[in-house]
Design a protein around this ligand. Structure first.
Ligand code: ADP
Ligand code: MG
Length: 522
């Protein structure tokens, strides 16, 4: 804005576990340290009698105030309370998650003596506010513009919610960028994309909450995503959950005591498990020792790397399954991948590395980019490009839609409108025949790869159009923007009368939009 000094645009990696901010500065990326001098900030928010703490301050009180210290909120984004994954998580979390009247998970805390409910995106917005403040303190000016990274496998509504979280935090979101794509830019910049011939890169990003796998072709400064795969609910937290669950059973068996209803005990156990997991990345065994854990129990357990691996092997194998699927979708074989780039804290696990290496027939993995900082670096580069930094303006990104999108046919089948891995932005139109003429036409938008919509596919929105006359055919248009957010619009085919336009985003439920079809003036 004229007359107002606007700070630089920053990149924010809003992680499930840790967040990181970066900025393009003097021709290079700079990671922004927080008030404690750390380059990553825990995505924790804690509430007490007097204040709301975010980041390290919140993580520090987790053992004292477990029921009001929130972590992992990003895992709830865009999910229903009844989702089995939400049920499973909340059973092991020391804070309370309940259902709103429309099946949305709400986090319940006591703040300033009052019980308050927060949606996951509100907690995320608090973390983003903290990242904005960290950047402002470091840069000495106000920061408004940002690129925020999201899991590549996030759907449109999850992306929309992250965008809203950014807006609540007072940020102007220049763009959402897929996390592995951001990491690939950081990788590409490091290599100075020196190769004249195109190279294929597989980014394997395993963090605390999710796995993203992405196959890209990099040619000169053009980054073309070929395919993505992954799971928005598979990461370090799941390995911790498995350990916590194992020890809950162990204590039941050995001490005949059930600790699962006690937040403080669960929290102490979880912290110890996570620490043990990290140790086991560098050591063959470690000891978990928790004095006075519960009802007179002093808990001690010698955990070997082998036991840890046995507990989680099926999850590790799932990770490799996503790599296989991604390569198949990209139609690129193992031998044609030049580099397997590791991103995310959980890629430090030796067995993950071993399985990946085996899958790529003994190929050495690329560990040259920082697993905790690469995503923020890429987001900062994208922010700089979008705000007109000429020295990197030649970088071009082409991302894809991670999941197929379509409508349900009258027979309950999935009619795909946008197949997965279609380059975005994109706009695809489809004529939808609705058997009999009627004044009310209903159609449902689904995402997923199952042939039957009600199989494994997810309902994104249900639309009911009321027309002033009978309608037999609709022109339905699916529009995915550069952020990966889907908008659906529909109009009567025959009369070319304009009808509804609605965003398939935000909080999506079985939603009915009953609006009269408007007459266009044309
Ligand atoms: P996110 O992007 O989800 O915030 P990160 O990439 O920051 O996640 O990774 C955090 C996850 O990595 C946590 O689950 C943490 O326990 C795990 N992690 C960090 N260091 C190690 C390690 N040395 N060994 C195993 N897991 C680790
Ligand atoms: Mg991450």
């Amino acid at each position: 804005m004229a007359g107002e000094r606007e700070g630089p645009a920053i990149g924010i990696d809003l992680g499930t576990t840790y967040s990181c901010a970066a900025v393009w500065h003097h021709g290079d990326v700079e990671i922004i340290p927080n008030d404690q001098g750390n380059r990553i900030t825990p995505s924790y928010v804690a509430f007490n009698e007097t204040e709301c703490l975010i980041g390290h301050a919140a993580e520090n009180v987790v053992d004292i105030n477990p029921a009001n210290t929130i972590f992992g909120a990003k895992r709830l984004i865009g999910r229903r309370f009844s989702d089995p994954l939400v049920q499973k998580d909340s059973m092991l979390w020391p804070f309370k998650v309940i259902s709103s009247h429309d099946d949305k998970p709400m986090i319940v805390v006591t703040y300033k003596g009052e019980e308050i409910q927060f949606a996951a995106e509100q907690i995320c917005s608090m973390v983003l506010t903290k990242m904005k403040e960290i950047a402002e303190a470091f840069l000495g000016c106000s920061v408004k513009n940002a690129v925020i990274s999201v899991p590549a496998y996030f759907n449109g509504s999850q992306r929309q919610l992250i965008k809203e979280a950014g807006t609540i935090a007072g940020l102007n979101i220049l763009r959402l960028i897929a996390e592995p794509t951001a990491a690939a830019i950081a990788y590409g910049l490091q290599k100075k994309y020196s190769n004249t011939s195109p190279i294929n890169v597989l980014v394997f990003d395993l963090g605390g909450g999710n796995l993203d796998v992405s196959v890209l072709t990099i040619e000169n400064s053009i980054f073309q995503v070929k395919a993505v795969a992954g799971d928005t609910h598979l990461g370090g937290e799941d390995f911790d959950n498995r350990m916590v669950g194992y020890f809950v059973e162990e204590i039941k068996r050995k001490h005949k005591k059930d600790i699962s209803g006690n937040p403080r005990t669960l929290r102490r156990l979880r912290t110890a498990c996570e620490r043990a997991k990290r140790n086991l990345s560098f050591m063959a065994h470690t000891t978990i020792a928790l004095e006075h854990l519960y009802d007179g129990i002093d808990f001690e357990y010698k955990l070997t790397r082998e036991t840890f691996e046995e507990l989680n092997m099926y999850l590790f194998e799932e990770c490799i399954g996503h790599v296989d699927k991604c390569l198949k979708d990209a139609q690129i074989d193992q031998e044609s991948i030049h580099d397997v780039v590791l991103v995310g804290g959980s890629t430090r696990i030796p067995m993950i590395q071993q399985l990946l290496k085996d899958f790529f027939n003994g190929k050495e993995l690329c560990k040259s980019i920082h697993p905790d900082e690469a995503v923020a670096s890429g987001a900062a580069i994208q922010a700089a490009i979008l705000s007109g930094h000429s020295e990197i303006s030649d970088i071009e990104l082409c991302d894809v839609a991670p999941l197929s999108l379509g409508v349900m046919t009258s027979g309950g089948e999935m009619e795909v409108v946008i197949p997965r891995n279609t380059p975005i932005p994109t706009k695809i139109k489809k004529i939808l025949k609705k058997g009999i003429d009627r004044k009310k036409v209903r159609f449902s938008v689904y995402q997923g790869e199952s042939e039957r919509t009600r199989g494994d596919n997810t309902l994104l929105g249900e639309f009911v159009l009321s027309a002033q006359r009978n309608v037999s055919c609709l022109n339905v248009s699916f529009d995915i923007d550069a952020n990966g957010i889907l908008n659906v619009s529909a109009e009567e085919k025959d009369s070319r009368k304009k009808s509804i336009i609605d965003k398939v985003g935000g909080w999506l439920h079985k939603k009915k939009i009953d609006r009269p079809v408007e007459e266009a003036s044309s």
